[in-house]
Write a protein that binds this ligand. Structure first.
Ligand code: PLP
Length: 413
């Protein structure tokens, strides 16, 4: 059986999620915009999912816009805030030379970086902040980079490669005090960390999540848009999603995302155990695999410690940063990580070199290079990411296979 150590790339749809989606393909297929009963029943399911996502994020359902995934949510956030300003400039409403500024970081996912670069080509000033050697952006650097005309600050919550958690609460406070909007890409943080948009993240205006990173379906996602924030849509064609995202909703996908969000809330609150204990059941269901965030963290920590002990010349990238509890970014001196990923693949272990979305690219990871690693060190680094379903047995098998594969590669080079 293949061992999946690439959960930051994608996660399987949980059985409960699949079950919730099932009726919406061919039984309950009404268009949620139709006024008849079949349509209105589907509308009810979409709105139920909106409540579930809002409850995971501690915000109002009205503040949730369903999208096709993290990439669209990120693009909608950046372009939605800054495009109107470009439009006003083009129409002569504001002076041609009046500047607008975006602050982001060098470690963002390409969904943010490429959107920022596109805005830059269209006349927006962009600052790309460097992280420290642990892959963490310093709030003081955000403060120093603010300009009178900074319109938006976008810094991710957890990095997809290293797992490093960014001080977004602090960054948002600073940016807000300055009058800038704040976006965070929480694709890798959602369902791994508690996200409270009325507490710790009350200064965040826009937040992206993706369904397939939280045991929901691929091609689904959401953008939180705080009440009162004006956002220009990327798509035109209808009043869907309160004028913010035109197009008939992906109903089965949205229902799946909603169910995944409900399961994530339960899992984060550690309620699996309590619920099951109350019903006198064993804690093997309803969510298979790791029964609590603490257990997942303990499994990851054990795996990491053993890898370091078993592989000479191994170290952890971003070791001193606060990290999401499922990710290990392992650097192995003298090893070409891409070759190791292929070797492990042949032995039925899925891992990743660089970010999944860029696999196939020969360039070293932009995240690791931004942290100050040499291109060679970056090419010696691979990502191992556990899911809630990863078992102790899988970890023990991986601990036999990975060090042996490294030794074998070293013996032939
Ligand atoms: N942002 C981050 C941090 C990601 O890790 C990813 C996917 O890997 C995305 C955005 C893009 O999300 P999606 O695959 O849903 O488009």
């Amino acid at each position: 059986m293949r061992i999946d150590l690439d959960a930051n790339a994608t996660t399987p749809v949980l059985p409960q999620v699949l079950e919730a989606m099932q009726p919406f393909w061919s039984e309950r297929y009404g268009n949620p915009s139709s006024t008849h009963l079949a349509g209105q029943r589907t509308r009810g399911a979409v709105e139920h999912a909106r409540i579930s996502v809002a409850s995971l994020l501690h915000c109002s359902p009205k503040e949730i816009v369903f999208t096709s995934g993290g990439t669209e949510s990120d693009n909608l956030a950046l372009c939605g805030i800054l495009q109107p300003w470009l439009d006003r400039k083009a129409s002569g409403d504001i002076a041609k030379d009046e500047p607008a500024h975006l602050i982001t970081s060098q470690i963002e996912h390409h969904a943010v970086l490429f959107a920022a670069e596109s805005l830059e080509r269209r006349g927006i000033e962009v600052t790309y902040l460097a992280p420290d050697s642990n892959g963490v952006v310093n709030p003081a650097d955000v403060e120093a980079a603010l300009r009178p005309h900074t319109k938006l600050v976008s810094v991710m919550l957890a990095n997809n490669e290293t797992g490093a958690i960014q001080p977004v609460g602090k960054i948002a406070r600073i940016a807000k005090a300055h009058g800038a909007f704040v976006h965070t890409d929480a694709v890798q943080a959602a369902a791994k960390l508690p996200l409270d948009l009325s507490g710790e993240f009350k200064n965040v205006d826009l937040l992206s999540i993706s369904g397939h990173k939280i045991y929901g379906p691929q091609g689904t996602g959401a953008l939180f848009v705080r009440q009162g924030v004006q956002l220009a849509p990327l798509f035109l064609g209808g009043p869907h999603e309160r004028q913010r995202r035109a197009g008939t909703e992906n109903v089965p996908g949205i229902v799946g995302l909603g169910r995944a969000a409900e399961l994530a809330s339960t899992w984060l609150e550690g309620q699996d155990h309590q619920l099951l204990a109350r019903h006198g059941q064993s804690p093997a269901a309803p969510i298979p695999g790791s029964q609590s965030p603490a257990e997942l963290a303990a499994r990851r920590n054990h795996f990491e410690r053993r890898l370091l002990a078993l592989i000479p010349g191994a170290s952890i990238n971003a070791a001193d940063a606060p990290r999401i509890s499922n990710t290990i970014h392992l650097r192995i001196d003298g090893i070409d990580a891409e070759t190791l990923v292929i070797t492990l693949d042949l032995q039925e272990i899925s891992t990743s070199f660089g970010s999944a979305c860029m696999s196939g690219a020969a360039e070293p990871s932009h995240v690791l290079v931004a942290m100050g690693l040499t291109p060679q060190q970056a090419r010696s680094s691979l990502r191992l990411s556990l899911s809630r379903l990863t078992t102790d047995e899988e970890i023990e098998r991986a601990l036999e296979i990975i060090p042996a594969a490294v030794a074998q590669l070293r013996s032939v080079s």
